[in-house]
Design a protein around this ligand. Structure first.
Ligand SMILES: Cc1ncc(COP(=O)(O)O)c(C=O)c1O
Length: 386
């Protein structure tokens, strides 16, 4: 376990700190030095030795084990993918849908977790049902779990497909409760976990998750375009690969045999050559995250986001992200009662070296564990008065 305190405000470990007050880990994260080093090493090895004697493929298998332990899965349930969308598309394209099947989701999903199901609806006559977001009694935006379960109670419901954390509001869904409901009724449960992995704990067994997908480039601090897909063992051989190439098969290195027998583990979803530099960078980032520990990261991000919210409210901003014990996340979305959000986001970037996101008409700040309290205070100071 690496002490979390050694990383806070440490610009050697996180060079982004030299230049930016960076609060968009829910967008695209900066990579830590160790990750950049891993990819620099890859570049110099690739330049001088091609692949010979490099150990890259062994490292990629170590990464598979890390991904598995992050979500309490088995390594044979993990496939590498190029992004979250690919994993969700494997599910959408890989299982048999019947006319009238119902897929339940929310009306506030990131489109990566919407268009694949719309495509299923278009091509097979399945129906997508969306639970709507509301203002709760504190003026926070959330989709009530009862609305999700009510929709999933439809006897035709075949799958619930949900983001663990919603990209705009930051609401975290109670996956354990929804997963239990699904398991009792034989409904498949598919989770887009890109907004939670690396900052919030996920246990695919305890949460009864059948499929999970996430790229590494947000809270796991990896480079863009390298992620992983989980498929529970019982489902692997009943799920068709989205793409087929030389690697999906059992005897992949016997090139001339054309023995088309798909692997029985999640390797059946991998069609060809890996994004080697991306996965090596991802491995270094995930090793750092796991050495610090998800529990410690989660507590620290809770503390930083609480501090941010307290100061935002003092300054007259309205926070719309839910903050109950089981609903908070690393995302804080807020608006000014007086100023437009977009010009504020631009002013912060162009004049204050401070990065937040503009999403759905609101400002969205998403600090990670290595950000300092002082950076949070500077962000709020840089915002206009109301
Ligand atoms: C909930 C959610 N899913 C998926 C993505 C990105 O998808 P992909 O990894 O396919 O680019 C985002 C990015 O903002 C997101 O917020």
């Amino acid at each position: 376990m690496n002490a979390i305190s050694t990383y806070i405000g440490n610009s050697d470990a996180f060079p982004i700190l030299r230049k930016w007050n960076f609060f968009n880990h829910a967008g695209v994260s900066p990579i830590p030095r160790v990750s950049a080093d891993a990819m620099r090493t890859w570049a110099s090895q690739a330049e001088s030795d091609a692949y010979i004697g490099t150990g890259w493929y062994g490292d990629i298998e170590k990464l598979r084990g890390l991904c598995a332990s992050l979500i309490h899965a088995h390594r044979d349930e993990i496939a590498f993918i190029k992004n979250t969308s690919e994993g969700l598309s494997i599910v959408a394209r890989g299982i048999d849908w019947q006319y009238g099947d119902v897929i339940v989701t929310t009306s506030v999903e990131y489109p990566a977790n919407m268009y694949p199901w719309m495509e299923v609806a278009r091509s097979s006559g399945a129906k997508v049902m969306m639970a709507n977001e509301h203002d709760d009694s504190h003026g926070r935006r959330s989709v009530p779990i009862d609305k999700i379960l009510e929709a999933a109670a439809d006897p035709k419901c075949k799958m619930v497909a949900l983001s663990h954390v919603e990209f705009a509001s930051g609401q975290r869904h109670d996956l354990a409760r929804i997963g239990q409901f699904c398991r009792e009724r034989g409904i498949l449960f598919c989770v887009d976990a890109i907004q939670s992995l690396g900052v919030l704990p996920v246990d695919v067994r305890a949460m009864n998750i059948d499929f999970l997908s996430a790229d590494g480039h947000k809270w796991m601090l990896g480079p863009e375009g390298a992620g992983f897909f989980f498929c529970t063992r019982e489902r692997i051989e009943r799920t068709r690969p989205l793409m087929v190439g030389w690697m999906n098969v059992v005897d992949a290195l016997n090139y001339g045999d054309y023995n088309y027998r798909l692997k029985s583990d999640a390797g059946r979803f991998e069609c060809g050559t890996y994004n080697v530099p991306g996965l090596l960078g991802f491995k270094a980032s995930l090793e750092l995250i796991m050495a610090v520990g998800i529990e410690a990261i989660s507590q620290r991000v809770k503390m930083l986001t609480d501090r941010l919210i307290e100061r935002l409210v003092e300054k007259g901003y309205r926070v719309i992200s839910p903050r109950e014990d089981d609903a908070w996340s690393g995302i804080v979305s807020f608006i000014s009662p007086k100023h437009e959000s977009k010009p504020i986001q631009e002013m912060l970037r162009n004049q204050k070296q401070t990065e937040v996101a503009f999403r759905e008409g609101r400002l969205r700040a998403s600090p990670h564990f290595y950000n300092s309290e002082e950076q949070i205070d500077r962000l709020v100071e840089a915002l206009p008065e109301n």
